[in-house]
Ligand binder design. Structure first.
Ligand SMILES: C[S@@+](CC[C@H](N)C(=O)[O-])C[C@H]1O[C@@H](n2cnc3c(N)ncnc32)[C@H](O)[C@@H]1O
Length: 274
């Protein structure tokens, strides 16, 4: 039997998800909860959404919270997404960051990395560019969803995720595994460390300090203004002075922060911590 999501339960669910993740579900998207969580009720043998909410809230079931995050997040990503920004970072921003440092090494954080395509693309581009190929760098890639992080660590991708990968990269860094899947080379995989971080979890974010560059792309769109302000404050604290932040091409920090100064480079906005 399909459970009915009552309006008052939807509001409670929506508020709970918002409080825990910053993800804001508008009133018009009740179907979002039904589509994403309806099946979970059946899997857990629960009769109602109220029972599921009770399980999440009152039994403090940490494993079920992980399942909830996996279900409610939208994890669309692909290699070489919004590549212009990444080119600006590698060619223009990295040389500037390095010039200001006593040791030529960089700490990069992909703060909503989904299944890994973004941090792996960055690692490949840094290895390939003559200006940065000798550079020491480490990339921390994090996400709220454990399921995507597990997938990222297998570093195995289908053709859809690889659709924008230039041939030269495909040949050099990927190995065909079976008929349709490609596995990424260990030299790139070893540059990226994955860990679970909720962008609203101040305690976890406090462990991220002195970062040279943060990529937090295509996630702010799921938050409301209040959550965006909180997240950007957290990211600001994680950056070292002189460090920079990239958000998605369709996103903006207008009205969100005055701490980070936008600079336009080659039609790309880079937010700098001065
Ligand atoms: C659309 S993907 C973007 C992936 C990649 N940055 C890109 O631009 O291709 C958004 C990711 O943000 C993650 N996310 C959503 N809310 C989050 C939160 N509160 N903390 C950390 N990650 C979150 C989702 O799990 C999802 O994998």
């Amino acid at each position: 039997m399909t459970a009915i999501l009552k309006d008052e339960t939807f509001i409670k669910f929506r508020d709970f998800i918002y409080e825990k993740s910053g993800i804001f579900i508008p009133d018009t998207k009740k179907y979002f909860i039904e589509n994403r969580l309806g099946k979970r009720l059946e899997e857990k043998n629960l009769n109602s959404y109220d029972d599921y909410l009770y399980l999440l809230k009152l039994s403090n079931d940490k494993e079920e919270m992980k399942v909830l995050f996996d279900k409610i997040t939208t994890n669309e990503t692909f290699f070489f997404r919004e590549v212009k920004q990444l080119e600006v970072f590698v060619s223009c921003e990295v040389p500037k960051l390095i010039a200001k440092k006593s040791t030529p090494s960089l700490k990069i954080w992909c703060a909503a990395s989904s299944t890994g395509e973004e941090p792996y693309t960055l690692a490949m581009m840094l290895m390939e560019n003559p200006k940065t190929s000798a550079l020491k760098f480490e990339i921390t890639a994090s996400d709220i969803s454990d399921a995507v992080l597990q997938k990222a660590q297998t570093a195995s991708y289908g053709q859809y995720a690889l659709r924008n990968v230039p041939d030269v990269y495909l040949k050099k860094y990927f190995k065909l595994n079976g008929s349709t899947n490609y596995v990424l080379a260990p030299a790139i995989r070893s540059k990226v460390k994955f860990t679970q971080i909720n962008l609203l979890d101040e305690r976890r974010i406090k462990a991220m300090r002195d970062i040279d560059a943060i990529f937090c792309r295509n996630v702010l769109i799921y938050f409301d203004k209040k959550a965006k302000i909180k997240v950007v404050e957290n990211l600001y604290e994680a950056l070292r002075p002189g460090g920079c932040l990239f958000i998605g091409m369709a996103e903006s920090l207008h009205d969100i922060t005055r701490l980070l100064k936008p600079a336009v480079m080659d039609k790309t906005v880079v937010y700098q911590k001065v």
